[in-house]
Design a protein. Sequence first.
Length: 405
Amino acid sequence: MFQLDSHPSGRHFLQIPGPTNVPDRVLLAMGRPTIDHRGPEFARLTLEILDGLRPVFQTEGPVVIYPASGTGAWEAALVNTLSPGDRVLMFETGQFATLWRALAEKLGLVVEFVPGDWRSGVDAAQVEARLAEDRAQAFKAVLVVHNETSTGVTSGIPAIRQAIDRAGHPALLMVDTISSLGSIDYRHAEWGVDVTVAGSQKGLMLPPGLSFNAVSDKALAASRQARLPRAYWRWDEIIAANRQGYFPSTPATNLLYGLHEALAMLREEGLQAVFARHQRHAEATRRAVRGWGLEVLCRNPDEYSGALTAVLMPEGHDADAFRREVLARFDMSLGTGLGRLAGRVFRIGHLGYFNDLMLCGTLCGVEMGLAQSAVPHARNGVAEALAFLQESGESTATTAQKRAA
Ligand SMILES: Cc1ncc(COP(=O)(O)O)c(C=O)c1O
């Protein structure tokens, strides 16, 4: 029999890179009674949510909400814009790029998958070179994962946009922001993205179950010509119903209550402050990793992720055995190595609803777990992180302090 209270006393530390810790405010909002999704209160809820979502994607255009995990929004982006046999250009940044590719192929798209080392982001020069060679303009879309959750590597979207423009190529640009939206600066409109794919369970601080497509005018125009079969995922029917605050099918009412509350929390903190908080916690985490004498998986400092840090295990040590020890001894979940990184890395999620002391607890759990598992390391990680948090803390007064000032 499944029991959720199997954890010992105190809060479980959910430090995987999503789903993330859900704030009590959001949990309480979701606990309200379910209402009629065809009634007047519901329409107000939807319209307020759509207004609140656009600034998070940094767009004025439509944002489509699905009751689905992120995979559903991946599929929606493709079936709304493309036709059977269309060619798309993708980059092997890690496990999630690999899974999106597999999904595209299952839909009947032809994917050119540029190989990668799972330690680097998308190389904009390669984007430009590949598109410049494509004189027939056979590629209909470039698909990129902004923050590769399997590796902790963030690709530079503005540079990719510029590469597409320099090649003079009309391909759509689609970006997966499932583990970056609401954590790492991301600008759908300014960066000329055509479809942004997002999910609820990471920077948006909600449980899994909602996902999103933000859509440009060019993508909307493409959707009028696209011939891949689509029914449930159709943007046009959802956007039309949304104008009055409704959905064509039954929406996830209580998750939407949670989303309304989470958007209020992001607004209260301010998006720029949210991004700065994530960058600071990421830097503290990397200092801890170096203090332990371990290696951050991401090769290029320009591509360090603000949302998570993947840490390479020393040769001969199993990252999953270490993770099991940390869970059993300290009641903390760390992210597992995915795909070809299985057993070789563990991932520290430092995104979403998170603060300095939660990070301190997380890093203490890792440091104690390394000792407990007899992984060779120096005991300097926590000390390095604390010193950085202290010295960089001046500029990060809490909301309450700022209000009082
Ligand atoms: C970057 C990225 N893309 C796609 C997905 C797939 O989303 P889901 O598991 O919600 O279907 C994930 C899940 O963690 C992800 O991190």
